[in-house]
Design a protein. Structure first.
Lengths: 104, 301, 105
């Protein structure tokens, strides 16, 4: 390994922490944004953050075969998320439409 | 290489933040696309190529396309009107949860490694050698069957709610038709390749379905494919085919082996490929219709 | 084998330089058309060089062929999307210049 101030730093740990940070960012923006589209984006980022934690947990270091079960969970999650996103966007468009009418 | 991982993780966080804080919608969605691709790259670094493929194609590409289409139809975003105290509370809670998540999983080395020995012990009997495909289509096929039902349910909601309207007249220029002539057949070829490859290497029904959807979308933008002009019945049948094939396979397996979704010995691979074939077509069609919407009985064409 | 490895590394290095130039152009150039100019050419060539280099490094035809196919596909779709973006931008500029609605055409 290359000499580095933190000898215990592995890709697994780095992406695990990044995933946790993404969860934080997404929760904050989801709670503080008043724009529907931003909130849907926040839900997507939240889901990717949790998936990153899963994928990092499945990793067993360079060379070792990772655990396939978390990978299957995340794959299922990605497909379910795109279905949920499409449904939420249809709802958001409808809310936007009725909101614009009632504001006039 | 650890330096590369650090830079990539930093870039992911910056892209994720810019996706959620850009003032204009196009900027936010562009940030989200970059974010998705960088995350896919990081998952390749973590030896998860199956998941990375799905994230790049579905989580980033298709979701981005859905977002852009919705952004084009919605009014520009209003400024955030959240009081300072509420923002501070949200920041505190979000930091606490993120920190808790970071510490919790770090404290439990090996806690997630529960299923792995089970998968390894039975992989030889699963009919495929890609462990992710074995989990999705054999060991936990139940999950995947229900996942297809979720896709169908989302399509029902989108069809009931989504605005119709005819698509804008396409002014795509002389280069687009030759592009389509290459890409549309190739997308079918690549989808078939990914489907076949999924048994032994990264790939499978979901990645193949996403590629198929990409080819269909290219045709849709070129005006060669108009779901709104097709009667809704056959389209619904196409989208329900995945669930139908899967459920029929589950029942047939019940009759043949006495257990739901336990395929007959030695024939696992054929069963898995047949189910995945149905899933691919169905996923491609469903993802396309989630984007384009469906005609409702001709009432609002 | 040594020559192929060296050539592979050289191709990847060249590709990375081109990709860096494309990013620099995207960042520093003033408007959409000059940015597209930097992006489409340097990007396509950069990806092609990296793909070829990686294919040579792998040392197997079964890896080289799909990678080459990827580079060709990136070239085709890069050229087409670049054309589409420039075209729609020109349409909009035209429309604002004549101050007419271009979707009425």
């Amino acid at each position: 390994m290359t000499p580095f101030p933190f000898p215990d730093l592995t890709p697994q740990l780095i992406y695990h922490l990044a995933g946790a940070a993404l969860v934080g960012i997404a929760l904050y923006r989801g709670a503080t944004s008043s724009d529907l589209l931003t909130r849907i984006l926040a839900l997507n980022v939240l889901s990717v953050g949790i998936a990153a934690v899963f994928v990092a947990a499945a990793n067993r270091g360079a060379g070792a075969v990772p655990d396939p079960v978390p990978h299957a969970f995340v794959l299922t999650g990605i497909v379910v998320l795109v279905a949920v996103t499409a449904a939420l966007l249809a709802l958001a468009e409808r809310i936007d439409l009725t909101g614009a009418k009632s504001d006039d | 290489m650890i330096v590369f991982d650090l830079m990539l993780a930093a870039a992911i966080l910056v892209a994720g933040w810019s996706a959620l804080s850009a003032p204009d919608r196009t900027g936010a969605i562009a940030g989200f696309l970059v974010f998705g691709l960088l995350v896919a790259l990081s998952w390749v670094r973590l030896d998860a190529p199956d998941v990375a493929l799905a994230e790049a194609a579905i989580g980033s590409g298709l979701t981005g396309a859905l977002m852009l289409r919705a952004a084009g139809r919605m009014a520009p975003p209003a400024a955030d009107r959240v009081p300072r105290a509420q923002r501070a509370a949200a920041a505190l809670l979000a930091c606490g949860l993120a920190g808790g998540l970071a510490v919790a999983v770090m404290d439990l080395p090996g806690a997630t490694i529960v299923y792995d020995p089970l998968v390894r012990a039975d992989l030889g009997q699963s009919g495929v050698s890609n462990p992710v495909t074995a989990v999705l289509l054999n060991f936990r096929a139940w999950d995947t069957l229900l996942e297809m039902a979720v896709l169908l349910a989302a399509l029902v909601l989108v069809a009931a709610l989504g605005p119709r309207g005819t698509p804008r007249p396409a002014r795509l220029g002389p280069l687009y038709t030759p592009f389509l002539r290459i890409m549309a057949p190739l997308s079918v070829l690549v989808a078939g390749h990914l489907l076949w490859l999924g048994a032994t290497a990264p790939g499978g029904a979901f990645q193949a379905g996403a590629v198929l959807c990409g080819g269909l979308l290219a045709l849709y933008f070129g005006g060669a494919l108009r779901p709104a002009a097709v009667p809704a019945g056959p389209l619904w049948a196409l989208c329900a085919a995945g669930v139908a094939v899967f459920a029929a396979a589950a029942l047939a397996a019940e009759v043949l082996t006495g257990t739901l979704l336990a395929y007959p010995d030695g024939a696992d691979k054929i069963w898995i490929l047949a189910i995945e074939g149905g899933l691919t077509v169905s996923i491609g069609a469903t993802l396309l219709l989630l984007f384009t919407g469906l005609r409702q009985g001709g009432a609002r064409a | 084998m040594m020559v192929l490895t060296l050539l592979g590394h050289l191709l990847i290095a060249g590709g990375v330089v081109l990709l860096l130039l494309a990013a620099l152009g995207l960042w520093r150039f003033p408007d959409l058309h000059t940015r597209l100019h930097a992006l489409t050419k340097a990007d396509t060539a950069g990806v092609a060089l990296v793909a070829l280099g990686a294919g040579l490094l792998s040392g197997s035809a079964a890896t080289l062929v799909p990678l080459t196919l990827c580079a060709v596909l990136v070239a085709i779709s890069g050229a087409t999307t670049g054309h589409l973006i420039a075209r729609s931008a020109l349409d909009e500029e035209h429309a604002s210049w004549r101050s007419t609605r271009h979707d009425s055409v």
